[in-house]
Design a protein around this ligand. Structure first.
Ligand SMILES: Nc1nc2c(ncn2[C@@H]2O[C@H](COP(=O)(O)OP(=O)(O)OP(=O)(O)O)[C@@H](O)[C@H]2O)c(=O)[nH]1
Ligand SMILES: [Mg+2]
Length: 171
């Protein structure tokens, strides 16, 4: 299926906070009650429509476990959107604190549930809308890998590539 834009997203946050569940609810409309620890980085994609234009969201779900930090960092490059996820059931961050943090940093703030699907669509679509508007306003340069036109096979090749590439010295 063709699309007008491809937005790359990353999902970041501590382990077990629900990053993969959020992605699964968005792409497959289902909930995974058992914690399936993400190893390195997983990948999902879905089409959405903004301003009557088909937009593909290419979403990289990172492992929250500390030991994967150096790998997951290398996936931040070129991301147009980042979802910073934390667990609201642990009550470590109140609604007001979350809202205030977002306000100070100019972020979209939303409490969502991967279990009930509440606000899941909204979280992705609202951020995509913000990115889209920035492109229209010329804030984001589309030629500058913020919203790339990456062909499918290039993505597949990228996924198949090792996280760390060996560089051979010609000398
Ligand atoms: N009640 C509730 N539980 C959730 C929700 N999202 C996730 N969970 C629970 O938290 C567990 C862990 O969620 P994951 O999405 O696997 O966590 P993660 O952030 O991807 O963890 P890592 O891959 O280790 O970084 C799930 O298996 C659910 O039991 C939610 O929205 N509501
Ligand atoms: Mg995960």
């Amino acid at each position: 299926m063709s699309y007008a834009y491809l937005f790359k997203y990353i999902i970041i946050g501590d382990t077990g906070v629900g990053k993969s569940c959020l992605l699964l609810q968005f792409t497959d409309k289902r909930f995974q009650p058992v914690h399936d620890l993400t190893i390195g980085v997983e990948f999902g994609a879905r089409m959405i429509t903004i301003d009557n234009k088909p937009i593909k969201l290419q979403i990289w779900d990172t492992a929250g476990q500390e030991s994967f930090r150096s790998i997951t960092r290398s996936y931040y490059r070129g991301a147009a959107g980042a979802l910073l996820v934390y667990d609201i059931t642990r009550r470590a961050v109140s609604y007001e604190e979350g809202e205030q943090f977002a306000k100070e940093h100019g972020l979209v703030f939303m409490e969502a549930s991967a279990k009930t699907a509440q606000n899941v669509e909204e979280a992705f679509i609202k951020t995509a809308g913000t990115i889209y508007k920035k492109i229209q306003d010329g804030v984001f340069d589309v030629s500058n890998e913020v919203a790339d036109y990456i062909p499918e096979d290039a993505i597949a090749a990228d996924l198949a590539a090792p996280a760390v590439e060996k560089v051979f010295d010609a000398g």
